[in-house]
Design a protein around this ligand. Structure first.
Ligand code: MN
Length: 251
């Protein structure tokens, strides 16, 4: 099995190093192609206004001076003349990617880029908060999460979004398959200041983001000490609205 690893925290991120160790136990054909620098919050951004460079650091280890989407797109076009990867894993992200983090997340978007190319894709993120347990939950549970995902086909044009709770391995209660919850970043904190040249600046913060801890959501599962597994689809169509919206335009 050929596995491609990527992330949005950059080629030197500890979460990627851990993912490489986990993947090495699953396959002897593991490739890495990740952004040179941190790209958290880059979403599904494809660089169009400048060229993108590919840097080789090892036989199967590459960095792209670009976004997570650039890294996956370029890897799939340029690195695999003798066969595309069977699986793409993105992460393990430094911090959770829950609820409406989905469309901001470079980690999940990198997996989406692989899914668009028809390759099964898993995004993995480790909630950290201030708990001080680091990547303990991911380290202890990643193999158990990946095994069933690798054993059966993942639906086309979907991504499996996995989040590990901010707990030590032995305190994790188990794995829950749950739907995407709700976050409101429009209400998140905004830091305001003045730069050294006297101009005002604004910095988006992650404090005070509104959560809805509905039953059966990824937010609830991780909050309860479980690993959340959420299937996401790239078709964002709200099917329930198709009929009523069509009626409005029927004149
Ligand atoms: Mn990140």
């Amino acid at each position: 099995m050929r596995i491609l690893l990527t992330n949005d925290d950059g080629i030197h991120a500890p979460g990627l190093e851990l993912l490489e160790a986990i993947a090495a136990r699953l396959s002897d054909d593991v490739w890495v192609c990740a952004p040179s620098l941190e790209n958290s919050g880059a979403g599904h951004s494809l660089t169009l206004n400048m060229p993108v460079r590919l840097h080789r650091f090892g036989e199967k280890r590459f960095a792209v001076a670009g976004t997570p989407t650039d890294a996956v797109n370029l890897a799939l076009r340029k690195l695999f003349a003798d066969g595309k990867p069977d699986l793409v894993i993105s992460g393990i992200n430094h911090g959770e990617n829950l609820a409406d983090d989905v469309t901001y997340s470079g980690t999940i978007s990198a997996a989406m880029e692989a899914a668009l190319a028809g390759i099964p894709a898993v995004a993995m993120s480790q909630a950290l908060r201030d708990a001080g347990h680091g990547f303990s939950a991911a380290e202890g549970w990643a193999a158990q999460v990946l095994a069933p995902l690798m054993a059966t086909p993942i639906a086309r044009r979907t991504v499996i979004n996995v989040n590990f709770p901010a707990l030590p391995t032995e305190a994790v209660k188990g794995i829950r398959v749950v739907r995407q919850g709700f976050h409101d970043y429009a209400r998140g904190s905004l830091v305001e200041g003045v730069d050294p040249r006297g101009r005002p600046y604004y910095w988006f913060g992650l404090e005070d983001v509104e959560h809805t801890l509905d039953h059966g959501t990824d937010l609830e599962a991780v909050g309860d000490g479980y690993i959340s597994v959420t299937p996401l689809q790239l078709d964002l169509t709200h099917h329930a609205s198709l009929g009523t919206l069509a009626e409005r335009f029927a004149g």
